[in-house]
Design a protein around this ligand. Structure first.
Ligand SMILES: [Zn+2]
Length: 139
């Protein structure tokens, strides 16, 4: 099996619903994302001959996903009152409403699915919430 790995990062705020501890309050992280590709064989022709994939293509796809989340408030759908969402938006804050609890595990799965949907042979996505704590999703 051949593989490639790249990483990106984004800064975002979130809070965890139904959590009893510090993470129930709004706080931020520098989320680090490490993505692994895996493919049993290298490409056999063209500019990507003897590569899994062009690093440029891979890095661009991962960075684009990180950029969509960067400097936004990650909100679990239904976790804030509609009027709260409207107030935040009227103040000019940028929200990313996601259909899941905004844990590192779920963000890893979310990024895994979005990158896989682009046709990339994703093997694993790791999301670091802090320098010491990380979650990953792999197929
Ligand atoms: Zn957190």
């Amino acid at each position: 099996m051949y593989g490639l790995q790249t990483e990106a990062a984004f800064d975002s705020a979130h809070f965890l619903t139904d959590y009893y501890g510090k993470c129930e309050n709004l706080h931020g992280h520098r989320w680090r994302v490490v993505v692994d590709l895996a493919q049993p064989e290298l490409q056999t022709e063209g500019t990507m001959k003897d590569m899994v994939l062009d690093f440029g293509v891979f890095k661009k796809a991962v960075r684009a996903e990180a950029d969509l989340l960067d400097h936004t408030f990650l909100v679990e759908e239904g976790s804030l009152k509609p009027e709260t969402i409207a107030c935040l938006e009227s103040e000019g804050f940028s929200l990313t409403v996601l259909p899941f609890r905004t844990t590192a595990e779920n963000l890893a799965r979310y990024l895994f699915d979005r990158l896989t949907d682009q046709g990339l042979p994703i093997a694993q996505v790791e999301v670091d919430e802090t320098p010491n704590n990380r979650a990953f999703y792999r197929a």
